[in-house]
Design a protein around this ligand. Sequence first.
Ligand SMILES: *Cc1c(COP(=O)(O)O)cnc(C)c1O
Ligand SMILES: [Zn+2]
Length: 444
Amino acid sequence: MSFVANFRCSDGCPGLYPLGEVLYHCPQCGGLLEVAHDLERLRARAATEWMRLFDARYLRTEWPYGSGVWGKKEWVQPHIDPPNVVSMMEGGTNLLWAERYGRELGIEDLWIKQCGISHTGSFKDLGMTVLISTVKQMIADGRPVRAVACASTGDTSAALAAYAAAAAICAIVILPRGKVSTAQLVQPLANGATVLAIDSDFDGCMKLVTRLAEEEGVYLANSMNSLRIEGQKTVAIEIVQQFDWEVPDWVIIPGGNLGNVSALGAGFLMLQELGITDRLPRICVAQAEAANPLYRAFVAGFKNFEPVVARPTLASAIQIGNPVSVRKAVRMLERCDGVVEQASEVELADAAARADRTGLFNCPHTGVALAALEKLRARGTIAPGERTVVVSTANGLKFTETKARYHEAALPAVREPHHPNQPIELPDRYASVRETVRRVLDEV
Ligand SMILES: *Cc1c(COP(=O)(O)O)cnc(C)c1O
Ligand SMILES: [Zn+2]
């Protein structure tokens, strides 16, 4: 059976365009594109058949279906020949029951989707595998692509560099100088990408790379490229699959450019449209107060949207004032009775550290989502028995400088951390070690 997918305008203009065409915006209105699947063909296979197929492939070795993304290939990008798939076994990440943290907050059914346990340490791998595979297919079909490029707050460039390197495609990444963590800078360098560090912020880097794509013919890998959304939407399918094909009540996700929440929503919608589920979860987008244009729009009833100048935040990957996918995100939130929350620097850092105390190891963006969770629970928006999933977007190990400085009380934005912990330095003498341990044991 062959399946069909095309680009179409996400704002409703008529017309379909092949996925192998270099096209980022609707030629008629300039709006974002989305990938339209031929749902009739997909419906020809029953929901139970899809579930059985996806379960049979999940984390197995038959190329390329063991990947969490390519296990859903027919729903994602059906037009790639398997030899042109560029996969690092992305997806298939842990969905863990945060029992102790949930108990502390008064939510028994709390789960963390650990998207940061992935090849380059963030969910960006889910989208990048689809984009780079499509480029590899384009090259195989005789359409030369000289290079792929992105502007990035860190994680996109790491994913782009890794997948491009695996496919032997030239990668160019444009980063705001001094605004990404050491790990995030080292990743594209190690993978051999050309790294341009610009004295600007993400929004400034975005302008530069857009022009490069228009004038120099490099292929643009930012999230206005809706191929990435197709890969990222598998996180929703995978969450439902991990709950034995049941929909959670709430999903909380940090948002910057808002591609990821659009993808999450698209995944839940597709599950419903193909008869696997019968409802949508409520979605909460969590933003840093320093970069909160969606939160402001939500508070004003989504009547209009004003970009902001994003201020620095520890959640550096979401320091975005003019999100490219805002219209898709708002449509999705309206559809699923969604909400938007915000977190200050103190709130996000303390929430991440508090959850770390229960055995997690959170990045600052996940901290924003956890702070939102704490607020929604405290306000009663999330009821104690509701099944809630927090999407953890990156691995905490990418952000050790921030985390170390939190515990040292050395972050200018968080002078009085609520959960600090420091090494106790002692001489090499058993008596001092024993005294210290006894003091600690007396306190527990
Ligand atoms: C990219 C990113 C986000 C934000 O995703 P958007 O699609 O830009 O909303 C959140 N957290 C991390 C760690 C990211 O890398
Ligand atoms: Zn259009």
